[in-house]
Ligand binder design. Structure first.
Ligand code: PGA
Length: 248
């Protein structure tokens, strides 16, 4: 049985003050949420703050990125070991905004994934097609390439130790959610692709959906057989919305 995971991706939003308010709101509102694992991923400068604010709660903290290298002369970078050291247990990798704006390739993401595992973090590997790719009928080949980027280099064991997030790029921050059927189709495809290497890993790996998930569509999406939770952007910035999704 896969435990649902709802993760909030705050992206580059907020301030120290708004982070404190949001964290307090989430911590206070966790009553009644027992089956779902809850995670928040604030920007780097607020990770330590989040770990302290959420101490003693059931809410975990993760980062939104980490470096391809273990440490040393890489000005401006943050290592997976540092993320782990301040108390995080997860790291989001390969988000489409990283792929699109920072030129992250499957090769770069595979390196980051390996570093995350070496540091003892659980990577959340984001995969997803653009609208143009979907319209060209390339959805499956694109998500397969994103998944294989890690699965072929780091191996099926690495997939077993992580989480996958299907995020259609056209649904991110647009209010245009994939229908539950559209999402389920891709989730099932991803699980089958993992199953081709190991049925056991496929049965256990969690596949989250991300892309305009909101309190009013979360239940329907998460009711799908292969959707094991959500990676939430916009709606994770409001405690009541985020908690409503966790309850769904
Ligand atoms: P959204 O973002 O929920 O604002 O669409 C999701 C994400 O980018 O992780």
């Amino acid at each position: 049985m896969r435990q649902p995971l709802v993760a909030g991706n705050w992206k580059m939003n907020g301030s120290k003050a708004s982070a404190e308010t949001l964290l307090a709101g989430i911590k206070e509102g966790m009553g009644g949420i027992s089956k779902t694992e809850v995670l928040v991923c604030p920007p780097f400068p607020y990770l330590g703050l989040a770990v302290s604010a959420l101490a003693g709660s059931r809410v975990a903290v993760g980062a939104q990125n980490a470096c391809t290298e273990a440490g040393g002369a890489f000005t401006g970078e943050v290592s997976a070991a540092m993320v782990k050291d301040v108390g995080c247990i997860y790291v989001i990798l390969g988000h489409s905004e990283r792929r699109q704006y920072y030129g992250e390739t499957d090769e770069i993401i595979a390196k980051k994934y390996a570093q995350a595992l070496a540091a003892g973090l659980t990577p959340i590997l984001c995969v997803g097609e653009t609208l143009a790719e979907r319209e060209r009928g390339e959805t499956q080949s694109v998500v397969a390439r994103h998944l294989d980027g890690v699965m072929e280099t780091a191996g099926i064991e690495a997939i077993a130790r992580g989480v996958i997030a299907y995020e259609p790029v056209w649904a991110i921050g647009t209010g245009m959610t994939a229908t539950p059927e559209q999402a389920q189709e891709v989730h099932a495809f991803l699980r089958q692709r993992v199953a081709a290497k190991s049925a056991e890993v496929a049965a256990g790996v969690r596949i989250l959906y991300g892309g305009s998930m909101k309190p009013d569509n979360a239940l329907e999406l998460m009711s799908q057989a292969d959707i094991d939770g959500g990676l939430i952007g916009g709606a994770s910035l409001k405690a009541s919305d985020f908690l409503a999704i966790c309850r769904a």
